[in-house]
Design a binder for this molecule. Structure first.
Ligand SMILES: Cc1cc2nc3c(=O)[nH]c(=O)nc-3n(C[C@H](O)[C@H](O)[C@H](O)COP(=O)(O)O)c2cc1C
Length: 165
């Protein structure tokens, strides 16, 4: 399996609701394609992971690349030959990072998206770590198993699972 992690930037700000809608469309398409994934958002910047069979991920990535609602797409990390999904609970879900509860619970600090928002290239280890922490937190909150069997399709998130406070 292939996993791609990329950062991108909205070309114009969208509301939380617009982003939740975008995520639902993505989740439905990914579910059909056998792709799973997770994204975090802060100040119009997304960090997104998608994973699945190589062809399915490539096709999904091409589709995302054509979306004019975002640009400056930068692949931060990609890994081929993945043995199990790292973000297998949902076909796609989003977590908004402007959430003090998350930062306090996970890092014991206030919210800080400087790294994500800066123009510098993102460190792959930082990007994967942040996504993994956000994903684990979201799974705990939603009472979802973080590592369901790879053969199970990812779930479509409920609105209450697309965190926003
Ligand atoms: C940050 C971001 C992440 C996205 N992730 C996905 C995704 O994982 N899967 C997907 O099908 N679409 C995703 N989309 C939406 C697609 O770019 C696209 O708009 C949608 O799939 C409709 O494609 P279509 O017009 O070719 O049917 C994402 C969009 C953005 C801005």
């Amino acid at each position: 399996m292939l996993q791609i992690v990329f950062r991108s930037q909205l070309t114009r700000l969208l509301s939380y609701t617009d982003i939740q809608r975008l995520c639902l469309v993505a989740a439905r398409k990914n579910r059909k394609a056998g792709v799973t994934g997770f994204m975090v958002e802060c100040g119009g910047v997304f960090l997104t992971a998608i994973e699945g069979e190589t062809r399915d991920v490539d096709e999904t990535f091409d589709r995302i690349n054509r979306d004019t609602r975002h640009d400056h797409m930068e692949v931060v990390y990609s890994e081929n030959g993945l043995e199990r999904r790292r973000f297998g609970a949902w076909s796609m879900n989003v977590m908004f990072l402007d959430d003090d509860a998350f930062w306090q619970a996970v890092f014991g600090s206030g919210f800080s998206c400087d790294e994500l928002l800066s123009n510098r290239a993102l460190e792959p280890a930082f990007a994967l770590g942040l996504l993994a922490m956000a994903y684990q937190y979201a799974c705990v909150q939603a009472k979802m198993a973080p590592y369901p069997p790879s053969t199970k399709p990812g779930r479509i998130p409920r609105i209450g699972h697309m965190f926003r406070r």
